[in-house]
Ligand binder design. Structure first.
Ligand code: FE
Length: 136
């Protein structure tokens, strides 16, 4: 990634996204791929800071809402701001899930489930490849 975009809704072509992102990030963010569980670089990160969209830099999650879900993907019980994350019901193989996407660039982040811890009971299950971490 070559820096964070400042425009509100970047409308990049597939080719532009391919040149901006590594192949594995492209697959997850733009083709709704899923990284293999327990492989993500940020899964065990316990440092204080902020998790940004790896596509456009938008702030998504704080280290303060990260928890160990045992799922194999970085998990958070809330977003930095509700409006920074869009949700969308999807159904594949007969299973209905709620996809989460970056509100600014539309990048696929993962899914949100209702089996998370207090205070929200939500579990935002996010691909490490969709995220970039920064210290405060
Ligand atoms: Fe984004």
């Amino acid at each position: 990634m070559t820096g964070h975009m400042s425009v509100k809704e970047p409308a990049l072509s597939e080719e532009e996204w391919r040149s901006r992102l590594s192949p594995d990030r492209f697959h997850v963010l733009r083709e709704k791929g899923t990284e293999r569980p327990f492989t993500g670089e940020l899964l065990k990160n316990k440092e204080k800071g902020t998790y940004h969209c790896a596509g456009c830099g938008l702030e998504l999650f704080s280290s303060e809402s990260k928890f160990d879900s045992g799922s194999g993907w970085p998990s958070f019980f809330q977003a930095v701001k509700m409006e920074n994350i869009h949700t969308r019901k999807e159904s594949s193989l007969g299973v209905v899930r709620t996809e989460i996407l970056c509100a600014r660039c539309g990048g696929h982040l993962g899914h949100v489930f209702d089996d998370g811890p207090a205070p929200t009971s939500l579990r935002y299950c996010v691909n490490s490849l969709s995220l970039e971490f920064s210290h405060p």
